[in-house]
Design a protein around this ligand. Structure first.
Ligand SMILES: NC(=O)C1=CN([C@@H]2O[C@H](COP(=O)(O)OP(=O)(O)OC[C@H]3O[C@@H](n4cnc5c(N)ncnc54)[C@H](O)[C@@H]3O)[C@@H](O)[C@H]2O)C=CC1
Ligand SMILES: O=C(O)C(=O)Cc1ccc(O)cc1
Length: 307
């Protein structure tokens, strides 16, 4: 599909892209660049690309597609660094979990004649680094684009086709809508997980070994999310602040209402809420969106409805 693809950042997402690009033969040359020497050496050991450099400018030179896969707080500095070396007509995209902030950071540096199309694959795990990636990560997952006004339709179609070849389904929306939606479906669940595991870790009446020994699967599910990369999630919180605070405010109100129902023995209210939420889970399954992640996401479980 492309003569040369440059991957800036080669962690979970960048290395998964490298693997699927190789498997599907999507580029003749894959240039890999990252800031950390150790990570770059590991990427080389894993044979993830065709060339390796600490100099992002060198990696993106002559690339037809440049994919920036770094924590969202670093996207501005990366854009500034690579801008002078971007080829005319190249497509520049990212995979960041927040969109309005990434656009605000990157767009000012994008030269005329380069097609900047912000993107976000809704696919990941709690792991990070080049060893954590796998070629199947994007299979049957959504990739959302938040194109800027005036985006070249041909460039958008080319990038969409690339992600389809990686296994994803494509959707487009505006960045604010993306950030509000992701705040409730992804960012809040992670924040809640960090909080509950932190609360359990603080408990003095229950020893740490009891938390580990008796952790039921509900708590264990939270610990998986709470094991996610601290740099990445610090940046998500700082760069989707307004939407997250809005969702946290709603969540806190609803939690207070739930707390009151428990305090006053309002079983009917509890039963009604739990019935409503059970229906949400059923709708997800019926929509074929129930992609379970046993073995930390390495095997997508086929849902019976899709067989
Ligand atoms: N982990 C996940 O489940 C998902 C992550 N994302 C987004 O993908 C992006 C990358 O995340 P991961 O691959 O999970 O992170 P990661 O921690 O596995 O990898 C990050 C990579 O970026 C490099 N890096 C950091 N700062 C840099 C800089 N200033 N210049 C050049 N390279 C730099 C690191 O050396 C590393 O190679 C983030 O923006 C994240 O929000 C999107 C979907 C899912
Ligand atoms: O590990 C999980 O369950 C995730 O939710 C992964 C994830 C993290 C961040 C994203 O922007 C998209 C997907």
């Amino acid at each position: 599909m492309f003569e040369k693809i440059a991957l800036v950042g080669i962690g979970l997402i960048g290395s998964s892209l490298a693997r699927v690009i190789h498997r599907e033969g999507l580029a003749r040359h894959v240039a890999i660049s990252t800031r950390s020497e150790t990570t770059l050496a590991r990427a080389r050991e894993l044979g993830l690309g065709s060339s390796y450099t600490m100099d992002a400018k060198e990696a993106v030179r002559d690339a037809d597609l440049v994919i920036v896969s770094v924590p969202v707080g670093s996207s501005g500095e990366v854009a500034e660094e690579i801008a002078p070396a971007l080829k005319q007509g190249a497509i520049l995209t990212d995979v960041g979990s927040t969109k309005a902030s990434v656009i605000a950071q990157m767009q000012p540096h994008v030269p005329d004649g380069v097609h900047f199309i912000p993107g976000h694959p809704l696919a990941g795990t709690e792991k990070s680094g080049p060893d954590a990636g796998f070629a199947e990560l994007f299979e049957n997952r959504w990739c959302i684009f938040t194109p800027l006004p005036g985006t070249d339709p041909d460039a958008l179609e080319r990038l969409s086709e690339f992600w389809r070849r990686c296994g994803s389904n494509i959707d487009t929306m505006d960045p604010q809508h993306h950030d509000m939606t992701l705040a409730i479906v992804s960012h809040l669940p992670h924040i809640i997980a960090y909080n509950i595991v932190g609360t359990a870790d603080d408990l003095e009446s229950v020893t740490k070994s009891e938390v580990i020994k008796y952790s039921a699967s509900g708590f264990r599910d939270f610990t998986r999310l709470a094991a996610s990369d601290p740099t990445m999630w610090r940046d998500v919180c700082l760069h989707n602040k307004d939407a997250i605070l809005e969702m946290l405010a709603r969540f806190s109100e609803d939690l207070a209402s739930l707390q009151r129902a428990i305090r006053w023995g309002d079983g009917e209210k509890l039963f009604d809420l739990f019935t409503r939420t059970r229906a949400v889970r059923r709708s997800i399954i019926e929509a074929g969106q129930d992609i379970d992640v046993p073995d930390f996401g390495r095997q997508a479980v086929e849902h019976p409805a899709k067989q």
